[in-house]
Write a protein that binds this ligand. Structure first.
Ligand SMILES: Nc1ncnc2c1ncn2[C@@H]1O[C@H](COP(=O)(O)OP(=O)(O)OP(=O)(O)O)[C@@H](O)[C@H]1O
Ligand SMILES: [Mg+2]
Length: 290
C-alpha cells in the first residue's frame, strides 16, 4: 500500500481544507497529470483529499476511472447549483481520495453561468460546506482563463502551475501571473502561488535546460526543486484508469510526484510561498520571451 511508503507530516490543516487550483491556460502542459498524481501522493501521506475536475474534457475523471457514471451529479451541477459537492463526490481508486467528476456538459456552464448571480464565486461558495471534510482540495482547471478557471482561482488559497519547459512557456506564464494578481486584487485577496512545477522534463534536451534556467531566473523561489521527468509510465497510467502511483509506484514519474507532494507540504508548513504579489511580471522579460 502506497501510504506505508510515503511519510510526510505536512501542515495540520485543522478543520479547514487548503484549496489548490492547478492552472495554466496553455493546453497539454501536465495540469491533469499533476492534479491526479499530486492528489494521490497527498492521499498517500494520509491526507483526506478531494479532486474536483473542472475541465469539460473530463481527463482527470477518466484517468481515475470515475467518468460516465450515468445519472450521477458532477461539477456541472455543482456550479449551476443543482448539487452540492458532497452529493457529487465519488470515491476514487485511491484510498482517502474522492473525486467530483466532470463531463462535456461542463462546457455549457461557461455560457450558463454568465447570467447567474455570483458567477465567479459559485465554486467558492460550494467549497465552504466541505472544507471540514478534507485536508486538501485540488481543482483541475481547463486550458483557458474563462469563467471555469476564474471560479477555481476565486475558490483557491493557492495556485499550483505546471509548466512545460518549451519555447513559449514564459510568455504564457507572465500572462497567467498577471491574471492571478488581478484575481488577488479584485476577487480573492488571500490567493497565493503555491509554486511552479516543471513538467515532462527531458534532461537530454538542451532547450529544456535553457528554459528551466530562465524560468528559475524569472520566478525564483516559486519554482519547485522537484522536476517531473518525461516518463512513458506516466502517460500510460490514465488508459488504465489509475494514477501512475498505483500503476507503477517505482517509476521515475511516480517518485517525482511523491517528491513534489513532500515539497508542497513543506511549503505549507513554512507558510507557503508568498510570492504572488512579488513575482516580476513585466519589464524583466528574459531572453526567451520576445
Ligand atoms: N511526465 C510525463 N511524462 C510523459 N507524458 C506525460 C507526462 N505528463 C503528462 N504527460 C502526457 O502529456 C499529455 C498532456 O498531459 P495532461 O493531460 O496532464 O495536460 P493538461 O495540461 O491537463 O492538458 P489540457 O490542457 O488539455 O487539460 C497527456 O497525454 C499526458 O499523459
Ligand atoms: Mg487537463
Amino acid at each position: 500500500m502506497i501510504s506505508q511508503q510515503v511519510e510526510e507530516p505536512g501542515l495540520d490543516t485543522g478543520n479547514s481544507a487548503r484549496v489548490f487550483a492547478i492552472a495554466n491556460q496553455k493546453g497539454g502542459v501536465g495540469k491533469t497529470t499533476t492534479a491526479v498524481n499530486l492528489a494521490t501522493a497527498l492521499a498517500a501521506c494520509k491526507k483526506r483529499v478531494l479532486l474536483i475536475d473542472l475541465d469539460p474534457q473530463g481527463n482527470a475523471s477518466t484517468g481515475l476511472g470515475v467518468s460516465g457514471q450515468g445519472g450521477s451529479r458532477n461539477s456541472y451541477h455543482v456550479l449551476l447549483g443543482s448539487a452540492s459537492l458532497a452529493e457529487a463526490a465519488v470515491p476514487s481508486v485511491v484510498p482517502g481520495m474522492s473525486v467530483v467528476p466532470s463531463d462535456v456538459n461542463l462546457s455549457g456552464a461557461e455560457i450558463e453561468l454568465i447570467d447567474l448571480p455570483q458567477r465567479e464565486r459559485r465554486l467558492a461558495l460550494q467549497i465552504v460546506a466541505v472544507r471540514s471534510d478534507y485536508d486538501y482540495i485540488l481543482i483541475d482547471c481547463p486550458p483557458a482563463l474563462g469563467l471555469l478557471t476564474l471560479n477555481a482561482l476565486v475558490a483557491a488559497d493557492a495556485v499550483l502551475v505546471p509548466l512545460q519547459a518549451e519555447f513559449y512557456a514564459l510568455e504564457g506564464l507572465s500572462h497567467l501571473v498577471r491574471t492571478i494578481q488581478r484575481v488577488k486584487r479584485h476577487l480573492n485577496p488571500g490567493l497565493e502561488i503555491q509554486g511552479i512545477v516543471l513538467t515532462m522534463f527531458d534532461r537530454r534536451n538542451n532547450l529544456c535546460d535553457m528554459v528551466a534556467r530562465d524560468v528559475r531566473a524569472y520566478m525564483g523561489a516559486a519554482v519547485y526543486d522537484t522536476v517531473i521527468p518525461r516518463n512513458v509510465r506516466v502517460s500510460e497510467a490514465p488508459s488504465h484508469g489509475k494514477p501512475v502511483l498505483l500503476y507503477d509506484f517505482r517509476c521515475a514519474g511516480s517518485q517525482a510526484y511523491i517528491s513534489l507532494a513532500r515539497e508542497v507540504l513543506r511549503r505549507e508548513r513554512a507558510g507557503g510561498f508568498k510570492g504572488a504579489g512579488a513575482v516580476p511580471v513585466a519589464g524583466t522579460a528574459p531572453a526567451l520571451v520576445s
